[in-house]
Design a protein around this ligand. Structure first.
Ligand SMILES: NC(=O)c1ccc[n+]([C@@H]2O[C@H](COP(=O)([O-])OP(=O)(O)OC[C@H]3O[C@@H](n4cnc5c(N)ncnc54)[C@H](OP(=O)(O)O)[C@@H]3O)[C@@H](O)[C@H]2O)c1
Length: 294
């Protein structure tokens, strides 16, 4: 089959890292296409011999032209969380464009168990997985666990105040580093098999909110206690901090998801793709302790 790999969202953090790891795994620049809404941001990749092109999921025609000649298209899920079905429509456009362009394999960044997830945005992922499967094309679905880097949103402020407000109760989460996910995706895509696969890319351990607080505290030298609150109290606090209504719903649903135990899935898929264990949260905190206020 045509073994080009077209990476959408190439100017995003995950997209850039996937390309970095495709190159590190020996995929030649001529086999990679970097698609983005902002080609000007990828001059470094163009200089390295990678074809950079415009790819916006809102533009079905342009996208179909861009995908023309691609072997595999990696559809990186977008960040269009506006409380409507905008994101699902974007992803369906990407799938339709890939079919129209006669690509050979589809890949997609989803989330664990989208059919039973309580996250507000889970229907986007379920709907996209269904659209991909309905094409009949070979696919690779990467159900990405919760990034360790998401903790940069709440923890630096919590460490400043010494209190972390959480509605997760005893819920445990298997955080995984964004770069480990990117490397696992690159490892899977570097193979040219046409066998459809679904990977669930998680960390190797689950941690409660208290255990996470203890690790953050050890890394930064700052005390941190967990204050258990209800979903309503959490929402009120987030709104008071100036967070938009839609994003408050997203963040509260993350706590609901954790409480239900849905973020505590652990698989060995990252380790088997990388040939090493994924980075542990304790190591992430130590590596990035200054970002957390140490
Ligand atoms: N598992 C987790 O914990 C977690 C956390 C945060 C986000 N995510 C999801 O994973 C994705 C990648 O994560 P990230 O860290 O790389 O996020 P990011 O840096 O915020 O990147 C956002 C991505 O969305 C793409 N995008 C936005 N609008 C688009 C459009 N109209 N057409 C095509 N692409 C569009 C961007 O592509 P260009 O700018 O290159 O056009 C970029 O790749 C996110 O977009 C989100 O769906 C997962």
């Amino acid at each position: 089959m045509n073994d080009n790999i077209f990476v959408t969202g190439a100017a995003g953090q995950l997209g850039r890292l996937v390309i970095k790891h495709l190159l590190a795994r020996g995929v030649t620049p001529s086999r990679i296409v970097a698609g983005t809404r902002s080609p000007d941001k990828l001059a470094d990749l163009a200089a390295a011999g990678i074809e950079v092109c415009s790819a916006d999921f809102e533009d079905l025609r342009g996208l179909t032209e861009a995908f023309n000649g691609a072997g595999t298209v990696l559809i990186i899920s977008t960040d269009a969380l506006d409380g409507t079905d905008t994101r699902l429509k974007q992803h369906r456009n990407a799938v339709a464009a890939a079919v129209a362009a006669d690509v050979k394999r589809l890949a997609y960044t989803s989330l664990p168990n989208p059919d039973s997830s309580l996250l507000t945005f889970a229907p986007d992922h379920l709907g996209t997985e269904q659209a991909i499967k309905a094409t009949g094309l070979p696919y690779v679905i990467f159900r990405n666990g919760w990034y360790q880097e998401n903790l940069l949103r709440a923890l630096p402020n919590a460490l400043k105040s010494g209190q972390w407000h959480s509605a997760a109760e005893g819920g445990r989460t298997s955080y995984v580093g964004r770069e480990d996910i990117a490397e696992a995706i690159a490892a899977a895509l570097a193979t040219s098999t046409l066998e459809s696969r679904t990977y669930t890319l998680t960390g190797s351990e689950t941690l409660s909110t208290e255990e996470i607080a203890r690790l953050a505290s050890q890394a930064t030298g700052k005390p941190l206690s967990v204050v258990h609150v209800t979903d309503g109290q959490l929402a009120t606090g987030l709104k008071a901090a100036g967070i938009s209504e839609i994003f408050v719903s997203v963040l509260v649903s993350v706590e609901v998801e954790a409480r239900a135990g849905n973020l505590s899935i652990v698989t060995d898929h990252v380790a088997s793709l990388l040939g090493r264990a994924p980075r542990r949260l304790a190591d992430y905190f130590m590596q990035e302790k200054s970002a957390f206020g140490a």
